[in-house]
Design a protein around this ligand. Sequence first.
Ligand code: COA
Length: 188
Amino acid sequence: MMQRRTKRLLLRDFVEGDWTAVYAYQTHPDYLRFYHWDHRLPEDVQEFVKMFVRRQRAQPRIHFQLAMVLPESGQLIGNCGIRPRHVESYEAEIGYELDPAYWGNGYATEAARAMVGFGFAELKLHRVVASCIAENEASVRVLRKLGMQQEGRLREKEWFKGRWWDVLLFSVLRQEWDSNQLSVIGNQ
Ligand SMILES: CC(C)(COP(=O)(O)OP(=O)(O)OC[C@H]1O[C@@H](n2cnc3c(N)ncnc32)[C@H](O)[C@@H]1OP(=O)(O)O)[C@@H](O)C(=O)NCCC(=O)NCCS
């Protein structure tokens, strides 16, 4: 069972029973705003969590999508992960989502920083990428706080909720990550 501690969070592998906590926030309208989904049914969320559990068990394991948990209460508040393209890939994509009740506390940034660090240190990546809907300002802000740079804009890439949406691509390279982390440590 994989787990990681950050300053305020426990990041751990999923178990199937986590679906109820995920369902509680994935049905929130603020959460659904930048996704294709209009609503979420219990069976959708059960399948979503089962997919993570299946990927955890894969040999070799490629996907690392961990539950974000508050250590004191054990409350699951979101998830965050890194997904290499394939085994021994030099590139991986990150993603994250959080219960709207906990937005604006820096939790997504804290979790994503741990997962990007894991990717460069342990998966020996060269490049970490992310994509997000251009209007998802909170997500863009998380990526910028991680030191990622915008490297593209895919115009009208997605269709959902009755309109087209632009998608932004971000990346950070190993050498940029290493020098950013050194300056973070130097400033403490
Ligand atoms: C994106 C998401 C994970 C961010 O989680 P979070 O824990 O609130 O993120 P953080 O607190 O680390 O950082 C959010 C930043 O965005 C800023 N922000 C939030 N809403 C904003 C808005 N509407 N406009 C501009 N900035 C905004 C916050 O002020 C904060 O920046 P700051 O630290 O400079 O003040 C969360 O909003 C979420 O789960 N959204 C729904 C799912 C989703 O969109 N996932 C990402 C798909 S790419």
